[in-house]
Design a protein around this ligand. Structure first.
Ligand code: ADP
Ligand code: MG
Length: 572
């Protein structure tokens, strides 16, 4: 596409001022603004439609971002994140925002939360720095507001670009802090395996959040900063922060116990979110977990496609098969069983469970209940009888929050007691109690964990076409994706934290269908999508470049596919 002089855009806008909105279509194209090139990729059809997709590209040498700002992937992603935040703030400050009809007048870029994620909102390589964002083209009624558009393109946008996309306009210290924090978090995560850990939480971390709907840290005087107990003390050596002491959570089976309201779930949440890097002031910036840690919860009502849940469930009434268990309406316990089996199938190294969101009958079955309800008439083998086998046979560690049952003392390698938000080791105390006061229950479910079957998904069972034959691939909010006529409920995929991830996930599921039908198991299909994203960026997921996508894990792609109600699979 030829690059026209910026004046050509100005002339165009003058010419179409006051004409019907459709006249805007003519402004699509590339324009030379001297310091930057403007690409108007897609022009909205009317003032109420999704805003127009726009890019701005600055040559890398002119942008002034030195090589060291993109020295590795951690920094490159963090630089894109930093610039996205900066662009968002500057757009708010320097643009008048909505004006005229509908969504006209707004200049908007994706808005990151507390996490630093790979995003499509900025693309940075050795040649250029590119912002991808949205502009609502202004209108009066349904007529082109050419002068307002002039202001947006020739005054507001250059101001935003000049104060965002050039190193000279940016606070160097906060930029480097951002890059170095992300680099340290990735380095910390990389050190976990050699230290035999699944997670690390630095001393002085701030784990609690402002509220259930506000992911920012709870203010300092109100919050107790995290301090490790000596038993779990580990010191990581990070490239920028240097020696960083904190708590290492070892592989194996770990129990988090403690009184109600003493911070157990908050600790587990930090572990769930430790798969992501966080912004410098988040409080969890040096709290990291292995990437493939899976939060597991019960979610009754979900669909399940031919999962082998026999390790946990067998002998269902009416002889319903549990080696190839399918349902459109799982119970609490069967959903939790399937969630675990599917997570392990998708490559989970660690499972994170909270009693608050688990099915009780899935977690425990005590001595008294074993006497009253015979094993023959109880299909469920509780998690307590499988959690050790999961570790010894499959290498999958578990962290479980369990304030309600001391039976778990028998199966735990480590017991961490939370008291007034601080951890202390209680492993010896729990062992002493277990030997003094036996649980007296029968182990159930046999000597071995059982089979984790690979499942091969069928592409034809995932349709993205609506009845009117139009394609529909979209995210709706945080926990739902729309594929054709099918809504997929992701409410139990709690490690999805950003609507842009959800959007990307919808496209990733569709992208995955192209790798299906070669007999490839679901995990491999998901890995192929991730490999594609690693190599070609998030742009590879969508037909047109769009700035509102964020990365997700292969596990989450598998998780989304597993929740499609029309999914058909066969076991390998
Ligand atoms: P539990 O799971 O043990 O019942 P929670 O983790 O849900 O407890 O925490 C109870 C409350 O205490 C929550 O409102 C949480 O935000 C708050 N909280 C958790 N950790 C801290 C902390 N370190 N400092 C201050 N408040 C905290
Ligand atoms: Mg709790």
């Amino acid at each position: 596409m030829g690059v026209k002089p910026a004046d050509a855009l100005s002339d165009q806008l003058r010419r179409i001022d006051g004409k019907g909105y459709k006249a805007y279509k003519d402004i699509a194209g590339a324009y030379d603004f001297r310091q930057f090139t403007l690409y108007i990729d897609h022009v909205q059809g009317d003032p109420f439609a999704a805003p127009s997709r726009v890019r701005v590209r600055v040559s890398r040498p002119e942008s002034g971002f030195a090589k060291e700002t993109t020295a590795n992937q951690s920094r490159t992603i963090a630089l894109g994140d930093f610039l996205t935040r900066r662009f968002f703030r500057q757009a708010k400050r320097l643009s008048k925002g909505s004006r005229g009809t509908g969504k006209g007048g707004a200049i908007a870029i994706d808005r990151p939360g507390q996490q630093i994620l790979r995003r499509s909102s900025f693309f940075i390589n050795d040649e250029f720095v590119e912002a991808r964002f949205f502009m609502g083209l202004p209108a009066f009624g349904r007529k082109v507001a050419g002068r307002d558009a002039q202001t947006m393109y020739f005054s507001e946008l250059p101001d935003i670009v000049n104060s965002t996309m050039f190193f000279s306009a940016i606070d160097e210290q906060s930029l480097y802090r951002h890059l170095e924090t992300a680099e340290d978090a990735d380095a910390a995560r990389a050190q976990l395996p050699e230290k035999g850990l699944i997670a690390f939480i630095a001393d002085n971390s701030l784990l609690p959040r402002r509220s259930g709907i506000d992911d920012r840290p709870l203010g300092d005087p109100a919050a107790v900063r995290f301090q490790t107990d000596d038993t779990y003390r580990v010191t990581l050596d990070l490239p920028n922060n240097g020696k960083t002491p904190g708590m290492g959570i070892p592989r194996g089976v770990s129990l988090i116990v403690g009184g109600g309201y003493h911070g157990k779930s908050t600790l587990l949440h930090a572990l769930e979110r430790g798969i992501y890097n966080h912004v410098p002031k988040d409080g969890r910036q040096f709290a990291v977990t292995v990437k493939n840690a899976a939060k597991i919860r019960a979610c009754d009502g979900r669909s399940i496609a031919k999962a082998d849940i026999t390790p946990f469930i067998s002998n269902l009434p009416l002889h319903k098969d549990t080696a190839e268990f399918s349902t459109q309406n799982a119970s609490g316990s069967t959903s939790q069983a399937a969630n675990i089996i599917e997570a392990v199938e998708a490559g989970a190294e660690a499972l994170l469970l909270d009693e608050d969101t688990s099915a009780t009958n899935f977690m425990i079955r005590d001595r008294r209940m074993q006497q009253l309800v015979a094993k023959q008439s109880e299909p469920i083998t509780p998690f307590i009888d499988k959690v050790r086998q999961l570790y010894t046979e499959k290498g999958v560690s578990t962290v479980v929050v369990m304030g309600g049952s001391g039976d778990y003392f028998n199966v735990a390698d480590h017991v961490i007691r939370m008291t007034a938000y601080l951890p202390e080791d209680a492993t010896e105390a729990a062992r002493a109690i277990a030997s003094r006061d036996p649980a007296g229950r029968q182990e159930e479910g046999g000597k071995n964990f059982g089979r984790i079957a690979d499942r091969i998904p069928e592409a034809q069972s995932i349709s993205v076409y609506r009845r009117n034959r139009k394609m529909k691939i979209a995210g709706r909010g945080l926990r739902e994706i729309l594929l054709g006529e099918t809504d997929v409920d992701l409410s139990d995929l709690e490690q999805i934290v950003d609507p842009s991830q959800t959007r990307a996930l919808a496209h990733a599921v569709y992208h995955a269908t192209r790798f299906m039908n070669d007999g490839l198991p679901l995990q491999k299909v998901a890995e192929k999508v991730i490999a594609d994203v690693e190599k070609n960026g998030l742009d590879v997921l969508v037909p047109h470049i769009t700035g509102d996508l964020a990365e997700m894990r292969g596990m989450d792609i598998a998780g989304a596919i597993n929740r499609i109600r029309t999914l058909q699979v066969r076991q390998a």
